[in-house]
Design a protein around this ligand. Structure first.
Ligand code: ATP
Ligand code: MG
Length: 378
């Protein structure tokens, strides 16, 4: 399981820029006696990293929704908030209450013991990944009205979260900071290209670091996730013809996924390939899975699969996956929500010859066998 501390550490290592966002958050807190601040942006724009950095700097209470890891329910939020409040303020926490009741009660309890003038800030990442709430409730049962001195700093993909709130509310859209974002992207690239394997790739090429920065930042369209992937591609390819690589780079994150999708051999077949099945099982699973479970799920579907062949694919796709080594054997999930969204696009599903209903049925079948005691952990 991924702890918030791990997310904060990994997302803030090498973090650059975004001071304009932190300044806007500070100003909101100064200008309003309570309220909701929502940071919006495209997939991979860097929202989670900003929130992680904000939590690291301010030590406020924080929570990360992670759909791919199955950590996105109101129950997870209540538990995480409760643990943090009890540890910091010695309050009662959720005390067995559920989301609709527990969240506002916990916030009010902490607010009541904090001195006036000390804001209570709770930062929550990826409301768009949170489990859909019943009826008209806010995601994670976030209250619509806050006590004086209480602030919620939230992130979500653009236009993907409906919040019903009363009181001060402000949106910060990262796309309104395009020039600033591009400057941050260049700074990030300058840092990364001056070290380790990336610096060696630049040295081996006949390009200057400045030329590489200019080309990569332009093709990224200011998307940090794009840089994450392309820098891995460059770093792990000794002898790479960097000039050609940069000339052939696709523009933007979605085209990047499309290029890899083709090179994974997903688009040619009439029937779905084993690779397509493996990827879509990871896409549809509600939790991280080890190779042997993926292999068991696929056993009724195809004879061309074994734990070893699944493991081989997973190892090959590592840049696109999150590997949880806290368990043995390691468990895998999709690294980033934007890749899952790409896989969900109708044309991509159709090109792969997949039917998501069949994938979900195969997963459900194995779960059913497991409940009946038919599977073995090998
Ligand atoms: N300011 C930054 N400095 C350095 N690295 C960054 C910065 N912002 C983002 N990154 C890195 O870029 C990648 C994508 O960022 P992140 O996961 O925050 O995007 P996101 O907007 O949350 O995407 P999604 O909408 O899919 O959740 C991550 O690997 C992250 O660590
Ligand atoms: Mg995110």
């Amino acid at each position: 399981m991924v702890a918030a501390a791990d997310i904060i550490r990994t997302k803030t290592t090498g973090f650059v820029g975004r001071d304009y966002v932190f300044t806007a958050v500070d100003k909101f807190l100064e200008d309003h006696d309570r309220g909701f601040l929502v940071l919006e942006g495209d997939p991979g724009a860097g929202k989670t990293a900003i929130l992680a950095e904000y939590i690291r700097r301010t030590h406020c209470v924080g929570h990360f929704n992670l759909r791919a890891q199955g950590l996105n329910t109101a129950g997870h939020f209540v538990k995480s908030l409760s643990e943090q409040f009890v540890a910091r303020y010695g309050t009662h926490g959720a005390g067995g209450a559920d989301g609709g009741e527990a969240v506002p009660r916990m916030l009010s309890e902490v607010r009541a013991i904090l001195p006036d003038g000390i804001p209570l800030v709770v930062a929550v990442d990826a409301l768009d990944e949170a489990e859909a709430p019943p009826g008209a409730a806010n995601p994670l049962y976030l209250p619509g009205i806050l006590d004086k001195g209480t602030y919620l700093v939230l992130t979500t993909r653009r236009n993907e979260t409906a919040l019903h709130v009363d009181g001060p509310f402000q949106k910060i859209d990262l796309k309104d900071f395009h020039a600033e974002t591009m400057a941050d992207v260049r700074c990030h690239l300058e840092n990364r290209l001056s070290q380790g394997a990336l610096a060696r790739r630049v040295e081996e090429s006949h390009l200057s670091a400045g030329e590489v920065v200019a080309r990569l930042s332009e093709m990224s369209e200011g998307n940090f996730m794009y840089l994450y992937y392309t820098l891995i591609d460059i770093a792990r390819s000794p002898g790479l013809d960097l000039d050609r690589f940069l000339r052939e780079l696709p523009q933007g994150l979605e085209n990047y996924y499309r290029m890899h999708w083709q090179s994974m051999g997903m688009t040619a077949a009439e029937a779905p390939t084993v690779n397509a099945w493996i990827l879509y099982v990871l896409c549809e699973a509600e939790a991280p899975l080890p190779a042997w479970i993926i292999s068991s799920i696929l056993a009724p579907v195809t004879t061309r699969v074994s734990p070893a062949s699944v493991q081989q694919c997973l190892t090959q796709w590592l840049p696109f996956l999150h590997r949880d080594v806290s368990t043995s054997p390691a468990k895998y999930s999709l690294y980033h929500a934007s890749f899952r969204d790409f896989l969900h696009r109708h044309d991509v599903v159709a090109n792969a010859g997949m039917d998501l209903t069949n994938v979900r049925a195969a997963i459900a079948e194995l779960l059913w066998q497991h409940m009946m005691g038919d599977t073995e952990d090998t």
